[in-house]
Design a protein around this ligand. Structure first.
Ligand code: HEM
Length: 183
């Protein structure tokens, strides 16, 4: 089962990397490649979510919870895998609901910001998994340069969470106001 998690985890990592690239190509390039990227994004995103869920479920089946929670490295790995799943779920809902219009006008910036944030999250999840399996990479040092020492449980101060909630409410209000203006 240990090997099953290692094998399955390649699916979300691969599909999330591909989806991120397709979003960037779809937003910043024009022509056939950009069109194809936009058209094929939704199936890639759906496959990525299935892969992510499978890796997470098998992760919880393989290792006992007490063992998982005892190690800051594993806690961080689980946290990052959940953040990745959450962010790519949001992107999937956006693309599902809006279709091609998700790439129109200012809307596309939401996709770009989410894709880059998701990219950072799944890279952290994968690199911490490698770290756990005894194969640390230079990316752990990059996280260190950003102020996160991966052997300590990820911590964000309360004020950061408060700012995030305020930004979320402000963006929601902006969306509702824009919709009213148009309708
Ligand atoms: C999207 C979700 C996840 C991804 C992409 C992911 C990715 C990875 C990767 C790439 C590895 C290294 C595998 C290897 O080369 O041997 C790994 C290892 C590991 N993962 Fe995950 N993982 C995810 C979710 C989870 C969850 C939810 C748990 C625990 C509940 C978990 C626990 C572990 C542990 C304990 C290892 C170390 C395995 C070993 O010592 O060989 N992972 N993970």
């Amino acid at each position: 089962m240990n090997g099953t998690h290692a094998m399955l985890s390649h699916f979300p990592v691969g599909f999330w990397a591909l989806a991120t690239l397709m979003i960037l190509v779809g937003v910043f390039l024009s022509g056939r490649l950009a069109e194809l990227s936009r058209a094929a994004l939704l199936p890639v995103l759906i496959l990525s979510l299935i892969g992510g869920l499978a890796a997470i479920i098998v992760g919880f089946l393989v290792w006992p919870m007490e063992a998982n929670l005892a190690s800051p490295l594993t806690r961080n790995h689980i946290l990052m895998s959940f953040w990745s799943l959450g962010i790519y779920t949001m992107i999937t809902v956006l693309v599902w609901k809006a279709g091609d219009a998700a790439f129109d006008g200012n809307r596309r910036w939401a996709l770009v910001i989410l894709a880059l944030t998701g990219g950072l999250m799944f890279s952290a999840a994968g690199t911490l998994g490698g770290h756990l399996a005894g194969a640390a990479t230079a990316f752990s040092d990059v996280l260190g340069l950003m102020g996160w020492e991966v052997y300590t449980t990820f911590y964000s101060p309360l004020w950061v969470s408060a700012v995030m909630v305020i930004i979320g409410i402000a963006l929601g209000a902006l969306g509702i106001m824009n919709r009213r203006k148009k309708g």
